[in-house]
Design a protein around this ligand. Sequence first.
Ligand code: ATP
Ligand code: MG
Length: 417
Amino acid sequence: MKIQAVRGARDILPDEIPAWHRIERAALSLFPRYGYREIRTPVFEETDLFARGIGAETDIVAKEMYTFADKDGGSLTLRPEATAGIVRAVIEHNLMNADPALKVWAVGPMFRRERPQKGRYRQFYQVDVEAFGFTSPTIDAETIELALGYLEACGVLQHELVLNSVGDRHCRPAYVERLRESLRKLAPSLCGDCRRRAETNPLRVLDCKVPEDQAAIDTLPRIADHLCADCSSHFAEVRRQLDLLGIPYRLDHRLVRGLDYYVRTTFEVTSDRLGAQSSVLGGGRYDGLVRDLGGPDVAGIGFAVGMERLALLAPPGETETRADVFLLPVGKGAFDRALVLQRELRRAGARAMLDPEDRSFKARMKLADRLGARVVAILGDDEMARGVWTVRDMARSEQEDVPEERILEHLKEKANG
Ligand code: ATP
Ligand code: MG
């Protein structure tokens, strides 16, 4: 029986890798300019971390986690998102002590047991950015600017920034109560998920995508009308700075995001080129999270980009040629000489290749072609006798004799040019 990849898990094949390298390089080059350093945390954590960090009533924790019993009785979970693990590491290693304004970024796979479809997988990759210890709206605007700058660096220019403020622990509870009250009348006419959320987590109702529910949900009270003075002025300053930086956005009072820990600023970037899974990036402020997970009471803000969706949007990376130089010896002595030259070329930085199998001249030329070799260097009996290599420029279909003692330098130059 043929074994296949697990449903929702996806191979990223060599042809796709140039596009992935491109978005990884963009992160490596851009994030340090904003003061970020990379961090790598494990792909599995104690289940409690996510239950406490993300919120028991969220879809992720309620339905989507890959949780398993460890042999010693503990419960482990494959990380569904990066923030909780990073916060755990920040607390565990006291990173805030050494750096009260801590900026870290990460890249890696996340795991959620969702219904697989185009742009939605059960193992998917995220680039993740988190800043700790900043309370001012300036960092909200900077984080959003960085998020858009990153998309731009990946070659993604067409998108929409959606923005909201979800209040904080001073104003949101009262708003959620109002929402709950309004939902008492409305909920019976809504979908099953909404009826349940109306009781357990009313904010999540605003997330509902069921078409029949939309008109009713639009009549619910809006958080924007219930922000406290501090949240309100914070949000106004974020928007003022975005205007100052020339960054357009659309306000959406229903953008509450899928994780419970967000306060104040939430944002998302969508693209209509992605179809139904239109969100490429999401983020927000999470000021209480570090404290809730047992650390100091410091602010936090960040975002996560979905790399599969980013790779779909980004222009394809150039396909890489497999060989700059293809060596084509004929006969045993020539083969030995080519083996040594191949090693020298590779050590000098060239992509050098020869055919290790015993094949005909014609078959080897075909292989050189398939590898996209720009130059083929031939060493046959005649060349051996004359102390030269025949070097053929494949693009120009020209060839020349190159003396044995100059062949390494010559091919190095060809490979670099
Ligand atoms: P969605 O609304 O598409 O479910 P989300 O709000 O659950 O997204 P976040 O948790 O904010 O997503 O994660 C940030 C980004 O990660 C998303 O914008 C998306 O690009 C990507 N992402 C999330 N879930 C998946 C998935 N199952 N497969 C592929 N990419 C995903
Ligand atoms: Mg989701």
